[in-house]
Design a protein. Structure first.
Length: 59
């Protein structure tokens, strides 16, 4: 998927800052938007979460 130049530049900057691939960043942005607008249930802050940034820790 190709976006307008301003979005591509912002996405590239976010990828560099977050040390994510373009695909991971797009997936994260869409997931967070869907959770924010209640299209997906939000995650429980106490539950371990698998994301592109971190694997859940064993306790």
């Amino acid at each position: 998927m190709i976006f307008n130049e301003d979005i591509e530049a912002a996405l590239a900057a976010a990828c560099g800052e977050l040390e994510m691939t373009r695909q991971e960043a797009i997936r994260l942005i869409i997931r967070e938007w869907l959770e924010q607008y209640r299209f997906l249930p939000g995650h429980d802050l106490q539950a371990p979460v698998r994301t592109a940034l971190a694997e859940p820790r064993e306790e």
